[in-house]
Design a protein around this ligand. Structure first.
Ligand SMILES: Cc1cc2nc3c(=O)[nH]c(=O)nc-3n(C[C@H](O)[C@H](O)[C@H](O)COP(=O)(O)OP(=O)(O)OC[C@H]3O[C@@H](n4cnc5c(N)ncnc54)[C@H](O)[C@@H]3O)c2cc1C
Length: 643
């Protein structure tokens, strides 16, 4: 699938030097507005989020849409991030950004990664590098979104905007360091957190917060993780890489492509073109660290990183004009044994009150671009569960599924990442050859795109008994969107884009062959709207809109002009809000004019149709026959509480 229709990636900036913040604001002074919540942190909250990195902000943005939930985010830094750290945004992350309504801003500002090139020692003169090949970066049809690159700081800005404009109007409390966390215990329902103020006006003062749930999004050196007695474990085969964001002049021809360069004797470079058209990131292999060795002991300087980059790039020249940010980044693939405070043997008898997400529970090399992406997906997985439990819509035991699901994902990614980092770090021709690197890169493209995550059967993920009804909506994988036409107004649309970060479940009913007016869809709608066994009836509170908890949508196989809107079941034209207005956005048809038939694209049984249940974090929970009422009810009964 081509992404050209999405536009974007065309804005140029940083020509005369790097400037952080929103490039569309001409006045540099206005790019750094005052931000951060004022006054003391609240003494009692439902959720305390520790750390305003990508995972903390994803969680905060999700919770901020629910003003009935009292959430607070604290950060030890004095203000928002302006530059540095991660920059790769996987296709899957873009899908999630769409749920938060800022994918368009990212598409416009980011650099799109279209091609990856591979360079190896020139066989005629191994002291020089030569291009060995290039490949398309993301396979066709993997996602409607491209793989893009944008400074982590800008991702933070977009989340901060979502929070600021939200119903809860949330802002981080800066200059607060969490010093200790006491999880809830028998006899004490809430976790207790002690914070230290770091700003000069309040230095040395401490604050105490009592929280129903504490989420440690506080990075690789997490205090929250230590407080619950968990540690990151992994191999000690660390690699040290110099990373620098530069404005430079070079005759290396692939400087605007993602390029993997393996030299004969000087090591490897990964080049990442960056937003704005001029900025470039270099990851430069510096050293393999010994067991227990920290990179700081090597006293690596920026000049040494630039010099190494020049040697690897030989025979091409590199003249660095400005370094916007640089760091020496040491990599270990490490994983915590559990992502909450409940020991495995107590899962049946205790509920978690403290969670850890992102780098606090797993670390990756930056080469596969996983750190920031996986961290945000952790928070997206946890967010809706916390909301559903705090709103008493789901059983609190659902919270155990966070650690179970996300640890399995992190484990798999770390295995992949370890192999990948080792492959890239191999130098002097004594290990992997470039052809192997390239082959591995292609095979694992789905990991790097973030679309390989596959949750195994559990209370949230149904068994594959009816998978054959929709082969392309794999149970446990993310809902793979496809183009459709909205019935009521003929608007071309992406079906997956109806799944917003609003903590609701979706049921997509794909109609089978036959007249839709008298079809099984109508009987399904009658069941969902009227039966006492219907999960929609059972779990929606009286007075709430019919789609407040479970949002039912239908997709018909016919062209949109062949259907009669007014003859459709009332469930698909629900009356909502204080005036009882019709919601016209529940029905879709294939985009036949565009030659893209969702039924064919996603392997949906045209005769039988099916139901696809989608979780609030966009993963396919179940595929069922259209008359699978009993299975549908028992799926939701497994973890939901009556409204
Ligand atoms: C210096 C550095 C360079 C990096 N470079 C790259 C890179 O080049 N490429 C790449 O892919 N990834 C890189 N990463 C990793 C990437 O940034 C992370 O994978 C990603 O940010 C993880 O997100 P997170 O929200 O889990 O944690 P983080 O982004 O680490 O956020 C944690 C936040 O918690 C705050 N915090 C920590 N302790 C406390 C406390 N006790 N109280 C209050 N607040 C606290 C921190 O200040 C921080 O803002 C880098 C990370 C670092 C630290």
């Amino acid at each position: 699938m081509k992404h050209t229709s999405l536009g974007g990636g065309t804005v140029q900036f940083h020509l005369n030097g790097f400037e952080p913040g929103d490039p569309e604001i001409a006045d540099l002074c206005e790019r750094y507005p005052e931000s951060g919540a004022q006054g003391p942190v609240p003494g009692q909250v439902d959720v305390l989020i520790v750390g305003s990195g990508p995972s903390g902000l994803t969680l905060a943005a999700q919770l901020s849409a629910f003003p009935d939930i009292k959430a607070c985010i604290v950060e030890q830094k004095p203000g928002r991030m302006l530059l540095g750290q991660a920059d790769g945004i996987a296709c899957r992350t873009m899908e999630m950004f769409h749920a938060f309504n800022f994918s368009e801003r990212v598409l416009k500002e980011a650099c799109w990664i279209n091609e990856t090139t591979f360079w190896k020692p020139d066989h005629k003169n191994p002291a020089n590098i030569a291009r060995s090949s290039w490949i398309q970066d993301v396979e066709d049809g993997l996602s409607e979104f491209p793989h893009v690159v944008l400074n982590q700081a800008r991702v933070h800005d977009f989340y901060l905007d979502v929070m600021r404009r939200s119903a809860a109007k949330m802002e981080p409390y800066y200059a607060r360091r969490v010093v200790s966390v006491q999880p809830a215990a028998r006899g004490r329902e809430r976790a207790m957190v002690r914070l230290e103020r770091l700003d000069s006006a309040h230095q040395g003062q401490s604050e105490t917060v009592s929280a129903r749930y504490v989420v440690g999004c506080d990075g690789a050196r997490s205090t929250v993780r230590t407080s619950i007695g968990r540690e990151l474990r992994g191999d000690s085969a660390n690699h040290a890489w110099g990373v620098m964001d530069v404005l430079a002049v070079t005759n290396f021809p692939d400087i605007r492509c993602k390029s993997l360069i393996q030299s004969a004797h000087e090591g490897s470079i990964l080049i990442i073109p960056r937003e704005g058209g001029y900025l470039v990131r270099f990851y430069v292999e510096i050293a393999n660290l010994g067991v227990g060795e920290r990179v700081a002991s090597r006293n690596i300087t920026l000049d040494a990183v630039i010099a190494k980059a020049r040697r690897i790039l030989n025979p091409f020249a590199l003249e660095v004009k400005e370094v916007a940010w640089w760091s020496v980044y040491e990599i270990g693939q490490r994983l915590a044994d559990k992502f909450d405070d409940v020991p495995e043997e107590e899962v049946a008898t205790r509920l978690p009150s403290v969670f850890i997400t992102g780098d606090a529970c797993h670390t990756h090399s930056p080469k596969a671009g996983q750190g920031m992406n996986v961290s945000m997906q952790d928070a997206f997985n946890l967010g809706w569960k916390l909301i559903a439990v705090l709103q008493k819509r789901c059983m609190p035991s659902l919270l155990h599924s966070y650690s179970a699901e996300r640890r399995a994902v992190a484990r798999e990614l770390i295995d992949f990442d370890r192999e990948w980092a080792a492959l890239l770090a191999t130098t002097h021709g004594d290990g992997a050859d470039p052809a192997k690197t390239q082959e591995y890169f292609i095979r694992h493209g789905r990991y790097t795109a973030g679309t390989a995550t596959h949750y195994r059967p559990s209370i949230l993920t149904g068994p594959p008994d009816y998978q054959h009804l929709a082969e392309g909506f794999v149970i446990g994988k993310r809902f793979h969107s496809a183009p459709v036409i909205r019935l009521a107004d003929g608007k071309p649309f992406h079906l997956g884009h109806v799944v917003k970060a609003d903590a609701r479940f979706r049921i997509f009913a794909f109609a089978g062959a036959g007249d839709p007016v008298a079809s099984v869809i109508r009987r399904l709608c009658d069941f969902l709207a009227g039966s006492a066994e219907s999960p929609v009836r059972k779990y929606t509170r009286s007075g709430d809109d019919i789609d407040a908890v479970i949002d039912v949508r239908a997709v018909f196989p016919q062209a949109h002009r062949e259907l009669v809107l007014e003859a459709m079941p009332p469930m698909l034209l629900p009356l909502k809000g204080k005036y009882g207005l019709h919601d016209y956005e529940k029905m879709f048809c294939p985009d036949l004019r565009g030659g893209q038939d969702i039924f064919a694209m996603r392997g949906i049984d045209r005769q039988a149709g099916c139901m696809v249940v989608v979780r609030p974090d966009q993963y396919v929970a179940h595929v069922l026959p259209l008359d699978g009422y009993r299975q549908l009810s028992s799926y939701f009964d497994g973890f939901m509480l009556p409204g």
